[in-house]
Ligand binder design. Sequence first.
Ligand code: R2B
Ligand code: URA
Length: 309
Amino acid sequence: RMTCQCQEVMSLFSGELVQVKNPYLDGMEEDILYHLSLSTKTHNLPEMFGDIKFVCVGGSANRMKAFAQFIHKELELNGNPEEVSDICEATDRYCMYKVGPVLSISHGMGVPSISIMLHELIKLLHHAQCRDVVLFRLGTSGGVGLAPGTVVVTDKAVDYSFLPQFEQVVLGKVITRSTELDEGVAKELLQCSSELQNFPTVIGNTLCTHDFYEGQGRLDGALCSFSHEDKLEYLRKAYEAGVRNIEMESSVFAAMCRVCGLKGAVVCVALLNRFDGDQITATHDVLVEYQQRPQILVSHFIKKRLGYV
Ligand code: R2B
Ligand code: URA
């Protein structure tokens, strides 16, 4: 018992802190996390969030609520999983649920939306003095040469020219940041997938785009400026560059995790094989089941890390 308490106290003071890379931040009297509807003056962030070890983000508010309820059951915590409450209920931009050491947050669609949330989330983890946090993006994607339902753990997030970089315009100039993710966490996730039944999972590069239609080479948008052959050639080149799926947030997620010393992983299920088409034709029930797969994988990872399995 004594040793156990000692370990708990020790772990509060050891381990990697979340690093913000902004010299102005610590000089601010108050920090308002506007889109999360939280602030350093009105909320005791260390008390509310100091024990967070796993942060899971995903596009849809409903899916992230479902994940919070799922992880509540998986971790066999006290209380009713149905009654998890939205910490950010004062805003309808994002939703946030805390379940033991796990935080579940929605980020909307696309790089600008997730980027705003990540700025405020990383500041939140910094103000709360969280240590040794692992961040996961749980999402959907279009598969490149994969059977629908396959889970892709991202090796590198790549841009339109298949380079592992994220370009951000700052004061009218382009800044380029690396998008390599944590190799150890990716390998651990792949190992977790092999311990689950019927769980097709690969590690591959993820192409991050700024659009779902033309930007992902779809022929079915309101606009289309290229041919079917052009599309297939681009997908073939992507495949040759190691790309196995396409989505819309991984690059800024990877870049920000890296700069701030957070271990990050991207886990997305492929809803279709883009070599076979553009429209998502799977039934509602099949799509619901596919979207549970990243949740099941990350839940298994968390349970292993916490010594449940
Ligand atoms: C995957 O799914 C969304 C588009 O349907 C987008 O947020 C993404 O990255
Ligand atoms: N999300 C995407 O960004 N692309 C797809 O094809 C499917 C889901």
